[in-house]
Design a protein around this ligand. Structure first.
Ligand code: PLP
Length: 460
């Protein structure tokens, strides 16, 4: 008998759980004594928490689209925490960092520096509309916190509307607007005034419009805006890196509703901005401009933690009595040099074009896999933000979480690393520098793993 739904499924929104029996059995087969020693040391000194510690394996290298473990196994990294737009250790990024470290390695408060100024200028030039102001932070979570503070300061209101299942970071303010159980349960009171609504996920829509989506979820946001009457901001991921990809008119409706009810629109593109979807910013697919846009992850070139809040020019109200960020590494020159080099790589190597081309190619190949493997219930993609949803039954779309976990461990054994979201969505986010050959290799591995899982299921 195969395991059915586990009581832990509820917590599988952000990734696979690091306590599953399948993980233990994978480790027994694949981890040698020396690696085990280091994993035990890691588990001895780090605080244990869901999703990360104890860890699965130890890495010793990363380059381009690949990671290499301490036993020399190379894996295509289709996870990369979405930091590897330019690929890992891109020579131009590493060179820019090295040069900057030798010149000015830190910027003491009260001073500014050229890489920081140039980065603020570059980002505000690239950003759509009137997003002409920037503020940096050392983490996406920190930048989300700054956005929430700015929304309060600008509107004089404090309430927010955000989405169930969303993720905006791990701090108390970010989990208050976030919608994932694994971050919110058993932690005590969160920020007041954080209303949650269903996300635009056609496949699991509580309004049940399904394929004939009439955007009831967007109407509901407007309904809550009207009922509450004093909402400061709607905050959401433009496209969910799960991924679910909102219908084209979704953001137009939300933009209009925010304008009507005096709420600001904050879009979180921490994992999906900077080219991941085939445009520099995901919101460019939707033809609207938010009031604030939050970037992070790959901004630091996959080396430095760096995030940015971009805001409308008129939200820049000099506030001598109010700090928004004030982080120690706010204008870290090395991180900013890494970001400038990353943007240069994205532009000069035509990574947006590569992302669109290989993204479309992958979706086509995944549709072929769907015709072959009944486990695949849905295929989604926007640029190189790709998802295969595994289901027990295509009619009910019942999540095949157990099967998805099995496929993931098969794939790890064959050299492909990816994230599972909501327990059953194979989420694929390779480096934007990936080649067609690397993509073909990843698809071949997925095909083999789905076949193996299908055979196991039939023989069970
Ligand atoms: C959508 C989204 N927002 C915010 C964050 C938080 O970013 P950080 O981990 O840099 O604090 C993440 C991180 O995964 C994210 O995916």
């Amino acid at each position: 008998m195969r395991a059915s739904d586990s009581p832990l499924d509820h917590f599988k929104s952000e990734g696979d759980l690091n306590v599953s029996p399948r993980r233990a059995s994978w480790s027994t087969q694949h981890i040698n004594a020396e690696t085990r020693h280091w994993l035990e040391e890691d588990a001895k000194y780090f605080l244990h928490q869901s999703l990360s510690t104890p860890c699965l394996n130890v890495l010793r290298g990363c380059d381009g689209a690949n990671i290499e473990d301490s036993e020399g196994r190379r894996l295509l990294d289709f996870h990369g925490n979405n930091v590897h737009q330019a690929g890992f250790s891109h020579p131009r990024v590493i060179e820019a960092i090295t040069r900057q470290m030798k010149e000015l390695s830190f910027c003491t408060r009260r001073y500014t520096n050229l890489p920081a100024i140039q980065l603020a200028k570059k980002l505000t030039e690239l950003a759509p509309g009137n997003l002409k102001r920037a503020l940096f932070a050392p983490s996406g979570t920190g930048a989300i916190g700054m956005a929430l503070k700015l929304a309060r300061a600008a509107t004089g209101r404090f309430k927010t509307i955000s989405m169930w299942d969303s993720f905006h970071g791990a701090s108390l303010d970010a989990i208050s607007v976030g919608g994932e159980a694994i971050f919110r349960h058993s932690i005590g009171p969160l920020l007041p005034g954080c209303e949650h609504v269903p996300p635009p996920d056609c496949r699991h829509c509580p309004f049940k419009c399904g394929a004939a989506c009439n955007l009831s979820c967007a109407d509901y946001v407007e309904y809550v805006l009207e009922k509450e009457g004093d909402v400061a901001a709607v905050i959401a991921e433009t496209v969910r890196s799960t991924p679910f990809i909102p219908p084209l008119d979704y953001w137009k409706k939300i933009r209009a509703a925010c304008d009507k009810h005096g709420a600001l629109l904050i879009l979180d593109e921490i994992p999906t901005g900077l080219g991941r979807t085939g445009k520099m910013f995901a919101v460019e697919h939707y033809g609207i401009v938010p009031d604030m846009l939050v970037l992070g992850k790959g901004l630091g070139g996959g080396v430095f933690p760096l995030a940015a809040l971009l805001a409308r020019e008129d939200l820049n109200r000099a506030m001598p009595d109010q700090a928004l960020g004030h982080y120690t590494h706010e204008k870290n020159p090395v991180a900013c040099a890494a970001a400038l080099a990353t943007l240069e790589v994205i532009e000069s190597e035509n990574l947006l074009e590569n992302t669109r081309r290989l993204g479309e190619y992958a979706v086509g190949r995944f549709r072929e896999l769907m015709a072959k493997h009944s486990l695949i219930g849905d295929v989604r993609g926007l640029g190189l933000l790709l998802g295969l949803e595994l289901v027990k039954d295509r009619l009910t779309m019942h999540r095949a979480t157990d099967e998805a976990e099995q496929v993931m461990y098969h794939a790890l054994s064959r050299g492909l690393n990816f994230k599972l979201t909501m327990g059953n969505i194979i989420t694929l986010t390779p480096a934007l520098t990936i080649t067609r050959e690397e993509m073909d290799r990843a698809i071949e591995i997925l095909d083999e793993c789905l076949l193996e899982e299908g055979n196991l299921k039939r023989n069970a």
